[in-house]
Ligand binder design. Structure first.
Ligand code: SF4
Length: 238
């Protein structure tokens, strides 16, 4: 198991490790967690570049590793098409979605509530239904202002470990990995998007902050949907 890092180590290792060392570290983190949790370790796949890199790493560790996708009624057509292609390639990806009625254009009036309904709730459902004790994400500490405070291994929810195996990777290294392994990516990147989400809440931007195009023009700009910040291990049957 790679040494558990503290916050100061993370900042220095983003530049201190080279690409090959980071890939090796990520594989070790996934391998060790899979050895410990087996089928109860599951990869979250948002269909963005970071997720497909983590999914590829996980498949190198074991083809048995399962994953889940949270989708919403507002995903762009390109993402929906890419999701179906990924599901055809990997039947072990399970899709979760909340189709309950909600106010029209809630994403304008209350994006936090909209994200809670359409993203956080299905993620909770995935954690419960798939019997997850460890979930694996594509979160990176250099993505934007809200992503600087995470660790590679965390237990923000009691009884639910969270593994962020590419936390140290730079954006360039993700693209480097995907190119080297010829991994298929969401076609929206070819249009100029750098961070992908629901259509009404995602725009093309440039500049240093990768997530600046998310919820642009709202107080949630560059922020989080809640999957990484809200409790996921809650009993939905209660
Ligand atoms: S990203 Fe926008 S449309 Fe999607 S769930 Fe969040 S607020 Fe709703």
């Amino acid at each position: 198991m790679p040494t558990q890092l503290v916050k100061d180590d993370i900042a220095s290792l983003v530049d201190g490790l080279n690409f090959a060392q980071k890939v090796e570290r990520s594989l070790d983190l996934i391998n060790d967690s899979f050895a410990k949790f087996g089928e109860r370790m599951v990869v979250a796949n948002s269909l963005g570049k970071d997720s497909v890199a983590v999914w590829h790493l996980a498949k190198r560790v074991s083809p048995r590793i399962r994953g889940f996708i949270v989708t919403t009624r507002y995903k762009p057509a390109e993402t929906v098409q890419f999701m179906h292609e990924e599901m055809a390639r990997f039947p072990e990806l399970k899709v979760f979605r909340n189709d309950d009625p909600q106010p029209d254009k809630l994403y304008l009036a209350d994006p936090d509530q909209c994200c809670n309904n359409l993203k956080v709730q299905p993620a909770r459902q995935a954690i419960e239904e798939m019997g997850v004790d460890c979930w694996v994400t594509g979160l990176r500490c250099t993505e934007g202002r809200t992503r600087t405070d995470f660790l590679e291994i965390e237990e923000r929810d009691e009884g639910l470990l969270k593994l962020n195996p590419i936390l140290l990777w730079q954006e360039r290294e993700v693209w480097q990995y995907l190119a080297l392994h010829q991994v298929s990516v969401n076609p929206l990147y070819a249009q100029g998007y750098r961070s992908l989400g629901c259509a009404p809440c995602t725009q093309i931007t440039s500049g240093p902050d990768e997530r600046a195009g998310r919820w642009l023009g709202t107080s949630k700009c560059g922020g989080e949907c809640g999957i990484h910040t809200r409790p996921l291990k809650v009993s939905l049957s209660a």
